[in-house]
Design a protein. Structure first.
Length: 182
């Protein structure tokens, strides 16, 4: 399909993929806070990003949950690609998405020592509850529940260390900014 316009150096064509729609990322993070957080709150951007990584990369999650060190078999599609950052998997859109969620009154972000607490507001809780009822979100909701059971009680730092240990080749040895592939 012919490109309609350019955003930066990347052509944009219709139909857009879910990965190109900011509301898709906003919905996923609302659900992540609701289902993987504690009382609708996640303490730290690192923890949020690592839990989100396991939601978005189901094959990596299965390996990490089973604590198998080795190559990841790619049986599932990646929900939305992430890149290697200083602290492991990261999505450069996080700051934009979080700012949108905060501006719409769906989350609050507060600094606590050297970390940020990201919490659903009352309105955010309501919107997340609505998303839980949509059939199109069932697969990601089920995955988030599994991620919460496996890793919800761990700190962001311990999740980061585990990712670098278990996925050294797939994550740790990538250049900064390089896309993590399943």
């Amino acid at each position: 399909m012919k490109s309609l316009e350019r955003l930066g150096s990347r052509p944009v064509s219709l139909p857009l993929a879910a990965d190109d729609v900011i509301e898709f990322h906003m919905a996923r993070l609302l659900l992540l806070l609701k289902l993987c957080g504690t009382a609708g709150r996640i303490d730290g951007l690192t923890k949020m990003a690592k839990l989100d990584f396991f939601v978005r990369y189901p094959d990596f999650f299965n390996v990490a949950r089973d604590q198998s060190v080795g190559t990841v078999r790619s049986d599932h599609a990646v929900e939305s690609a992430m890149v290697r950052h200083h602290y492991g998997p990261w999505d450069k859109r996080y700051y934009h998405v979080l700012a949108n969620l905060e501006a719409k009154g769906l989350i609050s972000v507060t600094k606590e020592k050297n970390s940020y607490q990201i919490a659903l507001t009352e309105l955010g809780q309501s919107r997340a509850k609505r998303l839980l009822g949509l059939p199109s979100f069932e697969p990601i909701v089920d995955r988030m529940k599994d991620v919460k059971r496996a890793f919800g009680s761990r700190s962001g730092s311990s999740l980061k260390q585990m990712i670098y240990k278990v996925f050294d080749e797939e994550v740790g040895q990538r250049r900064l900014g390089e896309v993590i592939e399943a």
